[in-house]
Write a protein that binds this ligand. Sequence first.
Ligand SMILES: [Zn+2]
Ligand SMILES: [Zn+2]
Length: 350
Amino acid sequence: MSPPTSDLFSVETIPGAGRGILASRDIPQDTTVLTSKPPAAHVLFREYRKEVCAQCFLYDRGRTLRVKDHDTGKVFCSASCQQKWVDHTGELGDGAWQDLHHFIQARSKGTKDTSGISLTDHRPDVGEIDGRWSQAKPEADVRMRKAIDGASRPTGRKQTKAAVASSTIDPDILGYLLSGILAHHQQPNQWREDVLALAMHEEPYTTTHDLEAHCTSFVQLSSIMPVELHESCTIEVCRALAAVSSHNAFGIRSGSEDGEEYMGYALYPSASYFNHSCDPNLAKQRVGNAWRFWVVRDVQQGEELCISYLGGDEKDLNLRQRRAHLREVWGFACECARCRREATSSHDAG
Ligand SMILES: [Zn+2]
Ligand SMILES: [Zn+2]
């Protein structure tokens, strides 16, 4: 595993709360304790595709951004952001985004897909998940073999694309998986250390439709990825990307952290080691495509550094509502200092 390192804190085992981050010395108020790296995977939702800079996530009150790359369909707030994106993504990645863009465009011209959405849908269990992914494997292998053949035969790729044209598409899942596949390709060992060390949800798919969409997206990516990306376009990578997203993803929002537009989400492995408190000593702010964390009050050596997982109005919930919300969304019973204090005082009052 590869937790963040700093002379300000260390990652320790916290009784009853897994890992957490403890101050290794006194830290004065307003000190920045961590600035994350760019995300290990992320998605900007398709409905925002013309309004959010693909590099720095800038959102200009719903205005269409002025720099557009017609080959990838991505928009940027400036030519310099576009250049940064190109430098970071590389030629291979740029080509993969172009292939995905063309694939989505060709498929989006048909009627809107509403199949697979059912009122009786349920959260698939581990057995169903394993079963569906084991079906996806041979399908993907066939597509990849065709892509390899296609690299030497000019008509091959067209045939492969026609073969997957009959299935439905989910551009947001396709984009999220591709971003993770590309990050994995750039630094496979680092990616494994960072991402596979995160808390994994065993049953991350909210519905069977969601599971189906992930498996279908993986097969579709297998058919359009250049051969050089095949080692990163794997079931292991795609399943890990889903398994870590439920408890580790940070929302990409406009403006402040509680901004009203929810434009996508991203994985920041180093920032995932902060536990939650309802009265956090850390604040966070997104700076471009990374996050800065700083202490909002003087912190003493040995104190745990915590952020709040509550957003917007959720901070104003009372003790019972807050704990119920954290249990439902994040899967833990909050025993932070504020919750313990409020539980004691409500007990005294009652
Ligand atoms: Zn930008
Ligand atoms: Zn709490």
